[in-house]
Design a protein around this ligand. Sequence first.
Ligand SMILES: [Zn+2]
Length: 252
Amino acid sequence: MKLGAHTNPKHPLEEAEARGVEAVQVFLSNPQQWKAPLPRADADELKASGIDLYVHASYLMNLASPNNRVRIPSRKTLAHTVEAAAAIGAKGVIVHGGSVGADEDVEVGYERWRKALESFELTVPILVENTAGRGNSVMQDISHYGPLWDEIGEFNVGVCLDTCHTWAAGADMSTAVDLITGMVGGIALVHCNDSKDMAGSSRDRHENLGQGEIPADELIGVVKAADAPLILETPGDAESHREDLAWLRERL
Ligand SMILES: [Zn+2]
């Protein structure tokens, strides 16, 4: 199982070395802006490095939005992000499920996802991440992977399961991986985070491993069952990530 962390994007290989990990996740552009990623001078070096790179898409992106002025830029930004991710040899681009309008059924979100993925070539797998959110968010409920995959399963897609979001959404941690595997065949990536908040809180506040509300055995249970590469998105710098990794390795 490859372990990794979300890090500053400037020098991903140094960040990997500082943590002793084999995988790194980065943003390739400002996650709060629509701008397309700039070409990286170190693209070839990253590609040849042997470190597994994952790219997290912009937070503004909402492929399921009812609003054209959000949905269309989201598609275009994702297409640019996938291109930039391919240039560094990334293993996946992580995208949140997004949300439909307050008065809409989430099912329209699945169709909007399909239209988005029809609009460009997925040269890098898109990993759809579950979210902690409530009400109208498309992937707050992990059982939605089934109907979403009915629309997009034919494309180059996979599941990114976030342990904090799964917990915050109130899902049963002991059956989450089996449920998703039954619907889509497996988990491509785990975002391994503890949660500052209680189960079912719908709050998205990551915590360092063993410091939050998720019981250790439930967190480890998900990681083991998923049997997939793992990325920490926990607070702090390389030192706190090394502590999280030590906590993990002790229990795996
Ligand atoms: Zn995540």
